[in-house]
Design a protein around this ligand. Structure first.
Ligand SMILES: Cc1cc2nc3c(=O)[nH]c(=O)nc-3n(C[C@H](O)[C@H](O)[C@H](O)COP(=O)(O)O)c2cc1C
Length: 173
């Protein structure tokens, strides 16, 4: 029988959701049965052999609902092959690779709850037409205007697919 993998995500503007879809598609191409489901719709992990969970970074943290998901399911996740992925605009900066360690540090609270077998770190997307006008997004516009954060879609689909390919042996083993 096919290994059943849950790919679950939190996303505010949709870019992490599309990365989750690509991970799910790649896992399926490698022979797994992959369900891609937003975290708020996941009730039960018992039907899955492995779980991949992802969140974008906001203010140097995973979204609160994503942390809550891992917290709520931590004992079950600890018994299954588990991997995380994290989406941030920092990795899209010109010297983004130099920030991988910092971005990885932002995932420490997740790692402290359940240790993953693999952690994907990916550049994301800043599209202000998809974001509400709030104090936080205004601050972000300023950071972009100052040339610190790049804007637009900076997702690296090859990197996402390559990571998902690397997961198959880790999650099936
Ligand atoms: C209000 C806000 C705060 C953000 N804070 C950070 C941050 O601290 N560091 C970072 O690297 N990216 C930050 N980002 C960028 C997001 O991680 C990136 O846009 C991501 O692709 C959003 O995912 P989503 O489309 O699934 O919501 C922030 C984005 C927003 C809208």
């Amino acid at each position: 029988m096919n290994t059943k993998i849950l790919v679950t995500y939190a996303s505010r503007a949709g870019s992490t959701a599309e990365i989750a879809e690509t991970i799910g598609r790649t896992l399926a191409q490698n022979g797994a049965a992959a369900d891609v489901v937003p975290m708020q719709d996941v009730k039960d992990l018992s039907g899955y052999d492995a779980v991949v969970a992802g969140s974008p970074i906001r203010a140097s943290k995973w979204l609160p609902e994503a942390i809550q998901f891992v917290q709520a399911h931590r004992s079950e996740l600890a018994r299954k092959p588990f991997a995380t992925f994290t989406v941030s605009i920092t990795l899209a900066m010109p010297n983004g690779d130099g920030y991988r360690q910092a971005v990885s540090g932002w995932v420490a609270p997740v790692r402290a709850l359940v240790r993953p077998r693999s952690e994907g770190l990916f550049p994301g997307m800043l599209d202000f037409t998809k974001l509400p006008l709030t104090f936080d997004t205004l601050k972000l516009r300023l950071v972009v205007a100052l040339g610190i954060f790049p804007k637009d879609d900076r997702r690296d689909w090859n990197a996402v697919r390559a990571w998902a390919e690397s997961l198959s042996p880790l999650l099936l083993g």
